[in-house]
Design a protein. Structure first.
Lengths: 229, 229, 229, 229
DNA sequence: TATGAATGAGGATTCATTCAT
DNA sequence: GATGAATGAATCCTCATTCAT
């Protein structure tokens, strides 16, 4: 029938207006919708139906862009983590002030760029699904975790080398520095509303991080060492 | 009662031998299986079928012990975290030494009781599923998170009151104290194998926590205050 | 433990007190419980668990008395229909008054003996399940429906023969006489509460039957015939 | 239609041909299958699997059309009884003849539209399941029973007002008028085959209803009143 | 004889995936 | 390329039935 119609038909003008940029624009809308859905509901909980609706496309269209739910998930993580990491690294390398001040900027920078953003949902997502998606976990580890860790460790080493910080294990310290990032990311997604009233300390992420900075600077200070040691 | 009756009786029909442990032992096998399944697959991903098979019982039997999946999960949390928490609280209350030592015991105690255990998968689980299951999130918040936070905050207050710690915000500090617990729990489940080689600092949880303790004690020390303030 | 207790114990007296009459008494309790459950919930909706609890026995015991749910159901219907039919038949046969009065007694008698009783649940039950239980339907038809119909038809015939009623088809008339019995039985079980307010006419079964009698007597009256015909 | 359109049109992309009937035709096949299954097996006993197979669709497709079993059932009732009811109401309102004739048409109309149809299984169904599904019972009461009763009562009131019927209670009379509907619906489903031979009077529903009409008209006639009263 | 813990088949429902248009 | 109707495998849960004690 449609074959017949097509046969008799002069070349119809297919409604392209929207199409030209489809290949680029649509997938990115889908990815945005998927990021939202996955961070809100988790991998299993997110329904392709919802993602399609949010992205303004049909469910079938999803399969034009991605082979399936898993691949879509991986794409979301990959895409979402074209991270500000590089920028951060450069900013840190060119900084000339004290290491304490650098530490402060680093931590508050994370807050402004990630922690206080929708992006903070990604760590939660990775924590939740890493075991189920070894290859994406691998990717996340290589592209995000390890680089971020390296930057932080370098920051610590800088302070130690300059004598500003006491001699600490850079790896362990780096982990301790970023630990609250994870707590904050994790709790703020899922417990947010419930916690508003009952654990207000956690809701104000920035103030919490200020306290964290204070603790770190005191904990890392080189001078008191003489007295204690 | 029936035992007494049985005592005077001719050829008794006893049917308790097996029941006595059924009510206790079998459910605990189910709980163990459920803990494993939930931490491996997440709440939604864990299949009751699997849990039953792992526990060596039939699917229907699960429903003899627990009204449903959610209650089973709650039972796992209760058994795994709520009970230990009470024990911890008592141990802390009766401690007579310095607050620094108390802090050390608290942190390392967590490691021994939870962090180094399968139980460490539960926080990860909650992070992942809290948004999807508000009931469970509420339960976890009320039964685990808030009590644990209260204990930690009390510990901080103890140190501040005795003059051993500088005057800090107890809530924020409590959160900073437990932040690495969450990081450790989160990363060790899902990134474990991948991290073995590349971030060894995190794999040795106990050593990491020792560094954490060191940082905290320095960060909380009262004396340097005089100089700074 | 209990094994040890048993070991030391002299021969216990087994609690027989209730047992001697079990074979008779218990099944009847089960039947009563089952009647209630089936009429309330229907065959599929009634749970053996409930029936056992109501009867004060264990679920397993049910299987000592009846081979299964179906057989229990059949037994309930059979048992419940050791009906007052025979008594009714005799009462009608020995009645000496007018057929109109006899009709009145018959209808109101049904109300007192069945319609206003738990027994009224059985017709509903049969209506619901007759298709699923052909053999019990057969039994119900033979033991209840047909005999009841015969009695009613005989009553009509008596009136026609005496000239008190106009010459009607006794079978059809008998059915019309008993039709409201079924309506009442059916509606009062399941719509009772909902109807209390909105269809009060049906709730007062006796008043409704009085109106029915009035209609029947007028509809069957022999005299007006001459004028109309 | 779409063929014609296609003929004159430049090669349109039509995708209605199939949709047009999908939304209407497919669900109606499902409704037919569901009516059959429900009346045969009861609400609880009907399996969605069967309904789907009978309708020639997959189980999942059922959920495209109806949110679940209960809604499917309600749709069956709506389609089968609610719509016809409206038609009946209109027909009665515009009738100009005698109330006796109107009564006759009403009763025989029920026979043609419902009683002699598969639809007659629905009342039986409701009787059976009302107690288990209060939602559905409520729905049936509101959408079918009460409206049908109101129509019947209005019909009686019409006759009383015109002086054609004696002054009777319209509610009770309405119930008596419809009582045989229920008997017939109930018995014909489940006892049908058994009754063929032994209670032929009931099998010929139309003849039975003729007798019912005769009884009603005599029972309601106004004239004889003078003599009796 | 009586028990009730254990079983597992069966059914409603969800949702990722496919495919005709 | 885009659609969304259709599919059916997968999963939670129920409950009649069994059986060791």
């Amino acid at each position: 029938m449609s074959a017949a119609a097509a046969a008799q038909a002069p070349p119809t003008i297919r409604r392209e207006p929207r199409w030209q940029r489809r290949k680029d624009a649509r997938p990115s809308e889908v990815l945005a919708a998927a990021l939202a859905a996955f961070t809100e509901k988790g991998f299993a909980g997110a329904r392709l139906d919802d993602i399609a609706r949010r992205a303004g496309v049909s469910k079938g269209t999803l399969y034009l862009y991605f082979p399936g739910k898993e691949e879509l998930f991986k794409a979301v993580v990959r895409e979402g983590l074209v991270s500000p990491l590089a920028a951060v690294r450069e900013a840190l390398d060119s900084f000339a002030g004290s290491s304490a001040e650098l530490l402060r900027r680093f931590i508050l920078g994370w807050w402004d760029l990630v922690g206080n953003t929708r992006l903070a949902g990604l760590p939660k997502l990775m924590i939740a699904e890493a075991a189920n998606f070894p290859d994406i976990a691998r990717f996340y580890l290589d592209e995000v975790l390890l680089p971020a860790h390296a930057i932080t460790a370098r920051l610590v080493a800088r302070g130690v080398d300059s004598g500003e910080f006491r001699p600490v294990d850079t790896d362990k310290t780096a982990i301790l520095i970023t630990a609250p990032f994870i707590s904050i990311s994790a709790w703020r997604h899922g417990f947010d509303h419930a916690m508003q009233q009952e654990m207000p300390a956690l809701t104000d992420g920035r103030a919490l991080l200020e306290a964290h900075i204070e603790m770190l600077i005191r904990g890392l200070a080189a001078e008191p060492m003489e007295k204690r040691a």
